[in-house]
Write a protein that binds this ligand. Sequence first.
Ligand code: COA
Length: 149
Amino acid sequence: MTPPDVRQITAPETHDLRRLVLRNGAVDAMVVWDGDDEPETEHLGVFADGRIVAISTWLVRPDPIAPGRSALQLRGMAADPTQMGMGLGRALLRAGLQRARHSGRDRVWANARLTALGFYESEGWEVSGPVFDTPMTGLPHRHAHRDLD
Ligand SMILES: CC(C)(COP(=O)(O)OP(=O)(O)OC[C@H]1O[C@@H](n2cnc3c(N)ncnc32)[C@H](O)[C@@H]1OP(=O)(O)O)[C@@H](O)C(=O)NCCC(=O)NCCS
């Protein structure tokens, strides 16, 4: 099978899937997020048939539980509902980690939805700390991180 086609995309190119997958399709959802336009922020997408079918955003942000480390925060990980379970999320995670390593980072972290913890754990991320709701979603999350070799 051909590996997923992961490329850098622009912040506006994340908006449709952010709205559809992460905000339940709400037309008035805020899909422009803090940090989207920072020069070091990277947005990665998976392309299939000329369409973006999965997205993720990687920002330079200290990990609150390991502030001394050189870290990236992953936000806005989402796959098109018609294409979930096909390895696109995994491809994005691995691509993001590879880019993080190349840019000298030694850790990545995320506020991970409880419903997605198994996804992160299947890729070797560690989950820790209490459950908390994020203000933007009102949904329960936990801290997840992965150290980079
Ligand atoms: C979470 C999400 C990004 C995963 O992307 P995906 O392309 O569906 O996942 P993949 O097909 O790459 O799955 C990789 C592995 O994670 C597992 N996995 C995927 N989603 C999972 C979930 N929600 N819970 C537990 N395990 C999950 C898969 O079974 C697979 O493991 P396997 O190879 O052992 O079977 C996607 O399902 C999604 O967009 N979910 C809704 C939005 C969301 O929750 N985003 C994360 C916010 S923190």
